[in-house]
Write a protein that binds this ligand. Structure first.
Ligand code: KG4
Ligand code: ZN
Length: 373
């Protein structure tokens, strides 16, 4: 059964609707044929995603996005072997649009459903192959830093669906830190990409902000945000044009503070893992999620590769921020396992709302059972 699935060509439709991007992708085995995303500008003027508006926009976008993805893949819908969709975590109203569509499409086509966890999918995007299948992929077990708008986590990835969270933020996510800093500077939502763009012309050492002192592999970004806020508030008292005059240096300085916090913990995590089980882990480290698009973080990881000899895995930009290609590849691995979804599956808003059986939150010392390579 498994062998016949491996031999046949598997076309899977991936559907992502967890936040404010409506995305659909078609994958042929592990190679992406199409990946179409409709972003929602409607939130910009509100300075953040408005859940009700997000679900309405998903309703408008979902059919044209899926039709385009199937057309671009140059297939007809009856060729699809299965329908993969994001079940959570995310905004419930948004998830419901993708989930309901996937269920109806699966019934109409008489094809199985594949339920995908959004965070696992970000990580599994590293297994998408180029057409010639020459791009390197991480080896299990490896460390993944997942940095998005809602999450900042270290995940020890033992297998496609055997993942352990070994550290995470205790307050804001890294993406939130970027977005909040941008908001303080008067930039529209989402501010992360705008900070990144401004930072390229700025001096990252011009301003310094309070760094957190959190033990172990956990993160905190709320103190940094407050430090940035108070600094700007004080400067504006003496010069109302302070932000405008210094926006490049401010962006570069806050970006480098966030990247430094992430990289310091990456070094700590890699050292800790290799000290506990020197033979069990390749020095493979991946980054995933929207903030992995950040040019400062990408550069810092490249420097760490040169300095510490890590094998680094940085996703292509189109697979960093939310996209359906990652849902399709995660669905493909579920398909190979024969792990099909159910018409009664309901979306979940938070990872720990429905205990995903693949993700176990536990302290680092308890999670490193020896893994044979
Ligand atoms: O993974 P993602 O697209 O959605 C979530 O699952 O949350 O991540 C979105 C986050 C936002 O906070 C956005 O500002 C941030 O990723 N982001 C960036 C960049 N591109 C997206 N942050 C910094 N630099 C970027 N280039
Ligand atoms: Zn995401």
């Amino acid at each position: 059964m498994v062998l016949s699935r491996l031999i046949m060509q598997t076309y899977i439709l991936g559907i992502e609707s967890s936040c404010d991007d409506t995305s659909a992708a078609v994958i042929l085995d592990d190679v992406i044929l199409s990946n179409v995303t409709a972003s929602q500008d409607v939130h910009q003027k509100f300075g953040g995603v408005v859940p009700e508006l997000a679900s309405r926009a998903h309703q408008q976008n979902i059919i044209p996005v899926i039709e385009t993805a199937i057309q671009k893949a140059n297939i007809v819908k009856n060729q699809l072997s299965a329908i993969a969709f994001t079940r959570g975590p995310g905004l419930l109203g948004s998830l419901l649009v993708g989930t309901s569509f996937a269920k109806a499409f699966s019934l109409g086509l008489n094809r199985p459903l594949l339920e995908v966890d959004h965070l696992q999918a970000h990580i599994l995007s590293h297994f998408i192959r180029n057409t010639d299948r020459t791009n390197p992929i991480p080896r299990f077990p490896f460390l993944c830093l997942t940095v998005s708008g809602g999450h900042t986590q270290f995940v020890l990835v033992r297998d496609y669906f055997v993942m352990e969270i070994i550290g995470q933020t205790i307050d804001d996510a890294a993406g939130e830190a970027f977005d909040k800093a941008a908001k303080i500077m008067g930039l529209p939502y989402p501010g992360g990409p705008l900070i990144d763009k401004l930072a390229q012309q700025g001096d990252p050492r011009r301003f310094t902000f309070a760094k957190p002192n959190i033990p172990g592999l956990d993160f905190s970004f709320s103190g940094l945000k407050t430090s940035f806020l108070y600094f700007i508030r004080d400067e504006l008292k003496t010069d109302p044009d302070f932000i405008e005059k210094n926006k490049e240096d401010l962006a570069a300085s806050i970006q480098s503070s966030i990247v430094d916090i992430l990289m310091l913990k990456c070094k700590m995590a890699m050292d800790k893992i290799r000290a506990v089980h020197p033979m069990s882990l390749w020095p493979d480290i991946a980054i995933a999620g929207g903030v992995s698009a950040n040019s400062g973080l990408r550069r810092a990881l490249e420097n760490a590769r040169d300095k510490f000899g890590w094998n680094i895995f940085i996703p292509p930009i189109q697979y960093s921020t939310d996209n359906a290609a990652m849902i399709a590849i995660a669905g493909y691995f579920k398909f190979l396992k024969g792990e099909f979804g159910s018409q009664s599956a309901t979306p979940y808003a938070r990872s720990n709302g429905v205990k995903s059986k693949f993700i176990i939150c536990s302290p680092v010392s308890q999670t490193f059972h020896h893994t044979q390579r």
